[in-house]
Design a protein around this ligand. Structure first.
Ligand SMILES: Cc1cc2nc3c(=O)[nH]c(=O)nc-3n(C[C@H](O)[C@H](O)[C@H](O)COP(=O)(O)OP(=O)(O)OC[C@H]3O[C@@H](n4cnc5c(N)ncnc54)[C@H](O)[C@@H]3O)c2cc1C
Length: 393
């Protein structure tokens, strides 16, 4: 078998992997970033909405920003509209073109010195004395043993890297959102607002979305709870019904299917010689399903900690715990709030969701964060939301 050696091997060239690779390479490490697909960013499995917080990690570029929106319209089961505007809600702010965005992030890693290899799939981990020491990878039918001081699992929702290292990354169906989406054109849409539709008939334990992509085009999709999916009531069935009803003249020019982990983060994302980032670490807001900016933020922290650990020649779990504590203090609380809110709202009947939507009808919420929405709801529905308020405080 061929052999190879690097300071760091990063498995998966999504936002988490590419940002981790770039930061580690900027610190002077020899970094290899591998991606199983032949083209980074393709196939797209995302609604492509991000908050403007993304500017903390990268300067927006019109090459990969398709549209900019001012806020979100949320529709209750009976159609009552709640308007939110501002800048900081996951999935609302910019609508990206991920096939270009993901390539851009990988190119930035390459410019910083990382080697990028596509069509290269990791299929196992090399372990010595309890430490991850690299991975086995296959490219064009050829196997390579890739040694590295640190293995980064940035391999998304289907992540196997963590499991290979003994971390329990299993997801129950109730902790997954399964999604189907059309890129549609020739539709009449609100170009300034992303739109969300909730209710058990539209999307049980989830929501439908319309994210403008410029002109008369939008990503129109639906995510439902994995435990709600079955014969004739899969996400695509709900999406077909939604589109038939809403955009009978619309034309579908692309389709995509994918899953988002909604379990909340793993208890531990590090092991001796190993770090997990992004969806692999379940760093997703369980209420919104947004994970892009968290993946990038985690990647920045992981790249920095890895660089120091390699330079200090201490790759122990104990040393890598700095990553764990830094990402948790940066955005762990937000993920926790999202998880609590998801558990609460996904179990509310439509009548209660309607009551909540009515309580906000005509009110304009000027801060675009899930927490602002929750606080406004608690203020107006103290009895119904007492339980939620207690959970959040
Ligand atoms: C339907 C849907 C809609 C979504 N909408 C939004 C949204 O609007 N906004 C938002 O913020 N988030 C959204 N998300 C979530 C978002 O896509 C993820 O949180 C984000 O992509 C996480 O980035 P990542 O780098 O961790 O993982 P990914 O982007 O999934 O990248 C992982 C990469 O690893 C590669 N890989 C996997 N296994 C291997 C292997 N063994 N060897 C080599 N390579 C491997 C994969 O091919 C992939 O390229 C959505 C997800 C879905 C499914």
């Amino acid at each position: 078998m061929k052999e190879d050696r690097h300071d760091v091997v990063v498995v998966g060239a999504g936002p988490a992997g590419s940002v981790t690779a770039r930061i580690a390479a900027e610190h002077g490490l020899d970094v290899l970033l591998i991606e199983r697909n032949q083209e980074i960013g393709v196939p797209v499995k995302c609604a492509e909405g991000v908050s403007k917080e993304i500017r903390k990690f990268v300067a927006p570029d019109k090459k990969w920003v398709c549209a900019e929106v001012k806020g979100a319209n949320i529709y209750g089961p009976d159609g009552t509209k709640v308007v939110m505007s501002g800048e900081n809600m996951d999935e609302v702010g910019y609508v990206l073109e991920r096939r270009i965005f993901d390539k851009f992030l990988a190119s930035e890693a390459a410019r910083a010195g990382a080697e990028v290899r596509v069509k290269t799939e990791a299929y196992g981990i090399i372990e010595e004395e309890g430490y991850a020491k690299g991975i086995y990878a296959r490219a064009m039918g050829e196997d390579t043993r890739i040694y590295a001081d640190i293995v980064v699992g940035a391999d998304g929702v289907e992540s196997k890297v963590g499991r290979w290292a003994g971390i329990d990354t299993r997801l129950r169906p109730s902790n997954i959102s399964v999604g189907a989406e059309f890129l549609m054109c020739n539709i009449d849409l609100n170009k300034d607002y992303s739109e969300f539709f909730i209710g058990s008939e539209i999307a049980p334990k989830g929501y439908a979305w319309i994210f403008p992509k410029g002109g008369d085009c939008a990503n129109v999709g639906i995510g439902i709870g994995g435990d709600m999916s079955g014969e004739k009531h899969r996400a695509i069935d709900y999406l077909n019904a939604f589109v038939r009803n809403r955009f009978p003249e619309g034309k579908v020019v692309a389709e995509m299917y994918g899953a988002v982990p909604l379990s909340g983060p793993l208890n531990e994302n590090v092991a001796d010689g190993l770090v997990l980032v992004g969806d692999a670490a379940r760093q997703v807001n369980a209420l919104t399903g947004g994970g892009i900016t968290y993946a990038m933020h985690a990647g920045e922290i992981a790249g920095d900690v890895i660089a120091k650990a390699v330079q200090e020649k201490d790759l122990s779990k104990k040393r890598l715990m700095e990553y764990e504590s830094r990402w948790r203090s940066a955005f762990g609380k937000r993920l926790e709030t999202g998880l609590k809110a998801k558990k609460f709202f996904f179990n509310l009947p439509d009548e209660d969701l309607n009551t909540l939507a009515h309580s906000l009808a005509g009110v304009r919420i000027n801060e675009l964060t899930p927490l602002a929405l929750l606080m406004e709801l608690v203020k107006r529905n103290p009895k119904m939301l007492m339980g939620l308020a207690k959970m959040l405080l």
